[in-house]
Ligand binder design. Structure first.
Ligand code: GDP
Ligand code: CA
Length: 316
């Protein structure tokens, strides 16, 4: 058994998680992103964590990559009739989950425990951990001022240029004991092909997480979310450009820097390998597009092979 600890955001992260979950010889722990969380209609919504829960339990809407399959919008229509702002799509069954979470949080339960209980009820065998039980929320500065993450992402459809990002609450957030253990006890740590700026950074910047990753026995392997300078989906490439980063696999490698021991990039990006190696990060090429279950498991297996080869080399 290889104990894999995966740092992951929403859709891209969940694809990688599904790949590892499909491998019989992997014991998977996921540390998810809570910085997209926001309150809607009095309910606490945790989009990236829910994407992970819905994906790993097979309840996800496969076409969208988020939300439940077989959803309705009658609750949302009622809110619209009542004059509420309903740009954030929340499905009928999805509402049930947000009610459950909010009610538990109001009772004073730890967000980590609520998440673990939902995962258990859903029959998920991988562990889904939160990096912190404290509130961390991404804010996005555009020409029109600061927006919440969901205002930028959903209401404005990622159209405005991102001029600055901040993660409110992060400096005072405390890493969960579960996350600390999952990092220290891992054989292999993987950074999923998630948005580096708004999915992975709000995990890494929680005090204690970076030092824990650096102190861990396990090597850290990243997988690029960008292929040939483009995202598969979402605003990561555009965001990286407006924030002055290179919007390609090399830019992602530079962003993570010495946190990474290895970086898996697409075969289409072979020309960047030498520059990645010059950063002190070992580049590896694979087909990193994950359109289906087979591709997800194959990429997870490729990442595992990188780890096994590095182990064999250091033992020799
Ligand atoms: P979000 O929280 O739902 O935005 O999802 P993540 O942050 O986890 O992932 C978004 C990133 O996933 C985007 O930058 C995409 O380019 C990347 N992504 C999505 N599908 C794939 C895929 O099949 N392969 C790779 N390598 N990256 C992907
Ligand atoms: Ca997200």
């Amino acid at each position: 058994m290889t104990r894999v600890t995966l740092l992951a955001g929403g859709v891209g992260g969940a694809k990688m998680a599904e790949g590892f979950a499909a491998l019989p010889d992997v014991d998977l722990t996921i540390i998810g992103n809570v910085a997209d969380d926001e309150e809607f209609h009095g309910l606490w919504v945790s989009p990236d964590i829910d994407t992970m829960l819905y994906t790993l339990s097979g309840r996800i809407n496969r076409e969208q990559g988020w939300g439940l399959a077989d959803e309705g919008r009658r609750a949302l229509d009622m809110l619209t009739d009542l004059g509420e702002d309903t740009w954030m799509f929340l499905g009928d069954r999805d509402f049930g989950l947000h009610i459950y979470r909010t009610q538990r949080l109001k009772r004073g339960d730890r967000p980590s425990d609520v998440t673990a209980d939902i995962a258990r009820h859903f029959g998920i065998t991988a562990r889904l951990l939160l990096p912190t039980d404290d509130r961390v929320q991404t804010r996005v500065r555009t020409l029109d001022g600061w927006l919440t993450f969901q205002e930028y992402f959903v209401r404005e459809r990622c159209a405005p240029d991102v001029l600055e990002l901040r993660h409110d609450g992060i400096n005072n957030a405390r890493m969960t004991g579960e996350a600390a253990e999952a990092i220290a006890g891992a054989d292999l740590i993987v950074i999923a092909p998630s948005n580096p700026l708004v999915s992975i950074r709000p995990i890494l910047d929680i005090p204690g997480i970076r030092p824990a990753l650096q102190a861990a026995q396990a090597p850290v392997i990243g997988v690029s979310p960008l292929i040939a300078g483009k995202v598969v989906k979402g605003p990561a490439d555009k965001m990286m450009t407006t924030l002055g980063l290179r919007a390609d696999a090399l830019g992602v490698a530079e962003f993570y820097g010495n946190l990474l021991d290895h970086f898996v990039i697409d075969t289409a990006d072979g020309t960047l390998a030498a520059q990645i190696a010059a950063l002190g990060i070992a580049p590896h090429m694979a087909d990193i597009l994950m359109p289906d279950a087979t591709a997800k498991a194959r990429l997870a297996q490729d990442v595992l092979a990188v780890f096994q080869a590095a182990q064999a080399e250091s033992a020799a």
